[in-house]
Write a protein that binds this ligand. Structure first.
Ligand SMILES: [Zn+2]
Length: 120
């Protein structure tokens, strides 16, 4: 995966340099210089990003496990009930969909957004 990023970056920089080189030709349009510059910048950006994520991988453990319980404010989970059947819901029944907490009731299979809670 990382090797692919470096290869893609190398290709981008390679073609970017060719475009900039071509821009010095009086017959070519100055837009070439812009295209070349942008692709070189993206290439270096990928290298920077790839090397940065490698450094972060060593220290921090993967965090995707806690993501699904990432709810706004402190939700009182013991009082949270399905608005369709009244069954008690756990954090496992709530998933973040497009930035909004969505409840999937394990009892009646109702799916709805957690937006009408007056407490938070
Ligand atoms: Zn329900």
């Amino acid at each position: 995966m990382k090797a692919i990023a470096y290869i893609a970056a190398a290709i981008l920089i390679f073609f970017g340099v060719i475009f900039i080189w071509g821009a010095f030709d009086p017959k070519s349009s100055p837009a070439w210089f812009l295209i070349g510059g942008v692709s070189v910048l993206i290439g270096f950006g990928i290298i920077w990003f790839a090397s940065r994520s490698k450094a972060g991988q060593a220290g921090a453990p993967p965090q995707n496990v806690t993501l699904k319980v990432d709810l706004p404010a402190n939700v009182a989970m013991d009082t949270l009930k399905c608005k369709s059947c009244g069954g008690a819901l756990t954090p496992d029944n709530i998933k973040m969909v497009a930035g909004a907490p969505v409840v999937t009731c394990p009892y009646c299979n109702t799916t709805y957004q957690l937006t009408e809670e007056p407490k938070w």
